[in-house]
Design a protein around this ligand. Structure first.
Ligand code: ACO
Length: 426
């Protein structure tokens, strides 16, 4: 193993091991830093911190590379399916035909929700956000299907993972319909994963519903491209909560809530709202670009920028292709505004210098809107796609024999010691 010598402040010269990843990425292993020097590291926002080694997803932000278990996402999106990617992320390799058949039939058998969950979610306030319903329903699943007491029980974990992949389309669809006073639609897993989800979301109860194949293809691509993204915020939340052994459903519920924020998964809802604002303001994209550049204005271009991708986000490019395929021929004002905004931003030094490019959320909302989803549903669709990543990452973390409870430190900057003063003397 390589070692790196660093000088800790004015003090000791220390020799730290360097960990090298498959693709040559290098990290200083500071596991023994505090024990040997008394020092800790300070890295707000974790820009320099690898929290884990992981064999699931490789991301190279400089070159715009994203691979699941070694397979480039552009190949997967063209040739695979979302469900096959769920298998891949969980098992580490592609299934044989018989393995995949068995996997799909396991999922088909578990696609419905317990009646109690349907009732509880129906009773939520009508204006509660689908993400709140989804996170609550996820936590509630834990009461119906408690996981065994041993979190290292690989077989029990496998069953829970299959159950969650199977139930998530129903949970997501119901988080939408229940808020609109619509009836629960029974699952039709024979239709396929995405088509069943569209049917449960939009299909009238007990009647046939025409599922458009271009919508199914677009849903498959979007779910697949959201399936995992390394140690992003919501996945880190899943790993953090999971490290306390709080249980799988609690960890995934925490991931859903973490995803809902506007700087993370919530951005896809904000993108379409922003594009609609631009349209309502007469389509003047330059006005909004100037606002984003104004340092005294907190406004940011939603769907632009990424902590890791500073060149391009490969997911955004693939999603843009789908948006054009689905919408360009018939003309779509939001797509037209989005493409103009992108072209103008990419010709502007402000954005180029800072490495701000469209991210995964920029074009996804336009597709969701064209399929018929209201914008408050977009982040729940992100959660539906991200679930297999959360599950694979949770499992990798919990079954790692060296896993420890996650507990960062802070550097205290408050008052020094001072004595308590009774209220009469203050
Ligand atoms: N619009 C305008 N300016 C931006 C944007 C944006 N979307 N993104 C970054 N910047 C500017 C910042 O103002 C800052 O400028 P400064 O150096 O002059 O102060 C600089 O670029 C660096 O920005 P940071 O916030 O430090 O970058 P960071 O890596 O921490 O943040 C983030 C990344 C949160 C995604 C940011 O780009 C952002 O807020 N984007 C808009 C929200 C969004 O689309 N989120 C979805 C992310 S993808 C996902 O989670 C699925």
């Amino acid at each position: 193993m390589d070692r790196e010598t660093i000088q800790a402040g004015d003090g000791d010269i220390i020799n730290l091991p360097v960990v090298t990843g498959t693709e040559g990425e290098q990290a200083l292993d500071i596991t023994r830093l505090r024990g040997t020097t008394g020092l800790v590291t300070l890295d707000p926002g974790y820009g320099n911190t690898a929290e884990a080694t992981s064999a699931i997803t490789y991301i190279n932000g400089e070159e715009g590379i994203l691979r699941y278990r070694g397979y480039p996402v552009d190949q997967l999106v063209r040739e695979s399916s979302f469900l096959e990617v769920c298998y891949l992320l969980d098992h580490g390799g592609l299934p044989s035909r018989s393995e995949f058949d068995a996997y799909k039939s396991g999922i088909r058998g578990l696609a419905d929700l317990p009646a109690g969950i349907v009732e509880v979610i129906r009773s939520f306030p009508v204006d509660s956000h689908p993400m709140q319903r989804l996170a609550s329903a996820m936590a509630l699943l834990g009461s119906y299907f408690p996981v065994g007491s041993d979190p290292l029980d690989s077989e029990a974990n496998q069953s829970s993972i299959i159950r969650l992949i199977a139930a998530m389309p129903a949970l997501t669809a119901w988080s939408f319909r229940s808020g609109r006073g619509m009836a629960y639609v029974e699952p039709r897993p024979d239709l396929g994963y995405s088509a069943n989800f569209l049917n449960m979301t939009f299909g009238p109860e007990g009647e046939g519903f025409e599922i458009l194949q271009p919508h199914v293809r677009a849903m498959e691509a979007l779910l697949l491209l959201h399936a995992d993204h390394g140690q992003n915020l919501s996945t880190s939340a899943v790993r953090l909560v999971g490290s306390s052994r709080a249980g799988l459903y609690s960890a995934i519920s925490a991931g859903i809530l973490a995803l809902s924020g506007s700087l993370h998964g919530g951005a896809n809802q904000r993108v379409v709202e922003m594009l609609e604002d631009i349209r309502a303001a007469g389509g003047d994209t330059r006005l909004f670009l100037e606002k984003a550049k104004d340092r005294s204005d907190p406004f940011r271009l939603m769907g632009f920028g990424h902590r890791v991708y500073k060149n391009f986000d490969p997911r955004a490019q693939l999603i843009k292709e789908h948006a054009r395929e689905l919408l360009e021929a018939q003309g779509n004002p939001l797509l037209e505004i989005a493409m103009r905004l992108e072209a103008e931003a990419l010709a502007d030094d402000f954005f180029l210098k800072r490495g701000i490019y469209p991210n995964v959320d920029f074009y996804s909302g336009i597709i969701y809107r064209a399929i018929g989803f209201p914008s408050e549903m977009f982040t729940a669709l992100f959660a539906l796609g991200r679930l297999p990543g959360w599950l694979a990452q949770w499992r990798e973390m919990i079954e790692d024999p060296k896993a420890r409870i996650k507990r960062p430190r802070s550097i205290y900057t408050g008052y020094g010691k001072r004595d308590y003063v009774p209220v009469a003397d203050r």
